[in-house]
Design a protein around this ligand. Sequence first.
Ligand code: AMP
Ligand code: MN
Ligand code: MN
Ligand code: MN
Length: 281
Amino acid sequence: MSTELPNVDLHCHSTISDGVLAPADVAARAKANGVDVWALTDHDEIRGIAQARSAALDLGLDYVTGVEISITWAGKTIHIVGLNIDETNENLVRGLAETRSGRERRAHDIAAGLAKIGIPDAFQGALTYVGNPDLISRSHFARYLVEIGVCENVNEVFKRYLVEDKPGYVPHRWATLAEAVKWIQGAGGEAVVAHPGRYDLSPIAFDAFFTEFKSYGGSAIEVVTGSHTVDQYEEYTKIASRYGFLGSRGSDFHGPDDAVVDLGQLPPLSSTLTPVWSKWM
Ligand code: AMP
Ligand code: MN
Ligand code: MN
Ligand code: MN
């Protein structure tokens, strides 16, 4: 028996949300990259799970059901990953449908903001990148703006056009923290704070957020993620210990071209932390 740690990647996206590969192709890439335990976590969507699970089964991957839920907390957008969920749970399915429901309207408003500054037809343009009409994302606008030469890369599009105070930014109210954790737990899963290092919160706000998340039964945070720097792996290892959170690991892979970190290509979770996957493995 091998004593090597399994290569666990519990965060990535497919064409069912804002990834560029179909669920089965993400599974194949995970396998090719040496991933052993894999979850697809599309934004506010569980409709890629059937394909992902069947592909994972064929490839001999250990499959974990997942989702990444958009929430609004203290006026900020935060992402909560749900892992090992029953994706057929009615409250979860209904809650996610509700969470997705404002996206088309928002996309029209984003396009209107861009039109005002001389970038016309961005809704139609973004749509050519959309795999799931219920899930139009800022990522799709970013890809279109790169295509038409407005920016060099998607990161630049976000900075110049799609974040707060920029012309293509539209404030949006997502699910609440309490709802997201309740839907995940009700579906038998573990609630995990996605890429905590990405949120612009003061230390006091962070403490309030983690405390509230824990009070609802939230159990884990992502520590090793494609969105964290090496320093942040350490910082969030300490934070996980301080709050008694389990640790998670995931690339947040969206596609071969905009991969900050590819599937399975991350350092291991610190051995001082209990991994979230110990809950079901
Ligand atoms: P949305 O859910 O429509 O607000 O889109 C959020 C998605 O945009 C995230 O899940 C990321 O995939 C992507 N995103 C956010 N910020 C950036 C950034 N600075 N650079 C590239 N992609 C980003
Ligand atoms: Mn995304
Ligand atoms: Mn995210
Ligand atoms: Mn993600």
